[in-house]
Each structure stands twice: as C-alpha cells, then as structure tokens.
Design a protein around this ligand. Sequence first.
Ligand code: URA
Length: 199
Amino acid sequence: MDTLKKFRQECTAFFDSLSAARVPPLVFGEGLHHRPVLMLIGEAPGEQETLQGRPFVGKAGKNLTAFLETVGLDRAQLYVSNVVKIRPTKVSAAGRIVNRPPSREEKELHTPWLMREIALVRPDALVTLGNVALQAFVQDTVGNRHGKWMRAVVSPPQGEAFTLPLYPLYHPASVIYNRSLSQVYQQDLETLRDSLRAD
Ligand code: URA
C-alpha cells in the first residue's frame, strides 16, 4: 500500500481509538506528496477545511493561494498540511460552534504524526505558517523568526532524526486581521521566491 495512505489510516485509527465519541474527520495534507520543493505547515483545519476534507480552502487558504500566486508559486507544486489534523472547536457565547487555538495536549498528540508525515513526504524545505507550526520545531515566535531561513530538526517517533531548512512565515489569517502585516508577508514571500530561484 502507498505509504502516505497507510499513514493516514494509522493516524485516523489512533485518533478514533482515543475518543469514545465520533472524531470529526481528519484533514490531511494535499499537493505534491513526494519530494516537493516546499512543504507548507499550518495550524489546524477550520470549518471549511473539515467540510471539504482539504487544508487551507477557507478564507485563510484563499489568502495563502493568492499570496503564493503573486510570487509565482503554484500550490499544486507544493505539499500543504497542518500540525493538528482535527478542527479544534468551542461553543461561542452565542451558542455557535467556532474555531479555537489547539490546546497544548492536542499539539503534543499531533506533532509526532506531523514528524512522520514530513519523513514520508521528504520535502526539500519546510515553510511554517504562524506560531503553532513554528513551535513544533523551535520555542520562539514568528515575530522573531519570520523571513529568515533556519535549520529544523525533524524527529519521527520511529526512525532517525534529520534536519531540513525551514522558512517561517506569518499565518495567512493574521494578515487578514492585521493589514499592516501584509507588506511584511509579501516581502518575506519575495525573499523565499528569490532563495528558491538561487538554488
Ligand atoms: N488555518 C490553518 O492553519 N490551516 C488550515 O487548513 C486552515 C486554516
């Protein structure tokens, strides 16, 4: 069986086994899943992602795709995934089911699966989107690290640890809520594109 398919089945079985209640569908990565130039890693799926079973297809995803296009990066040439594969939700004061940031426990449960996923996909480099993804590799903030290449240790639970180049970006949703970040984001993407061209 294809290794990524097996990974998805094992991951789904693991999260099903943790909860007596029915686990909402897991949202796995998509795109070029064998040795892409870049693997983009977000935080967790939202409502649209869960409904469609695809990462980054809601508002933040549209923003991400548009930004990538401005620097000539085609989503189909990359692999896009998330640290947490299940939408974290809470009930709002108005009684609606809304997104919430993933808890520490959720991040700890999902990170080993992310490491396995990276080891299977074997991208040339990683791009983290926002703090949650960055902090799967280093205890620092995107404010300090964005737009500068670093080296990340990828440590799959079974198997040898290895390192990959990692380029931290802000989360595309933070650009929706904070317009002043838009220019910084654009600049960081241009730097990313230039470093890919230089290779
Ligand atoms: N935000 C994320 O971090 N991931 C998604 O898939 C969608 C929104």
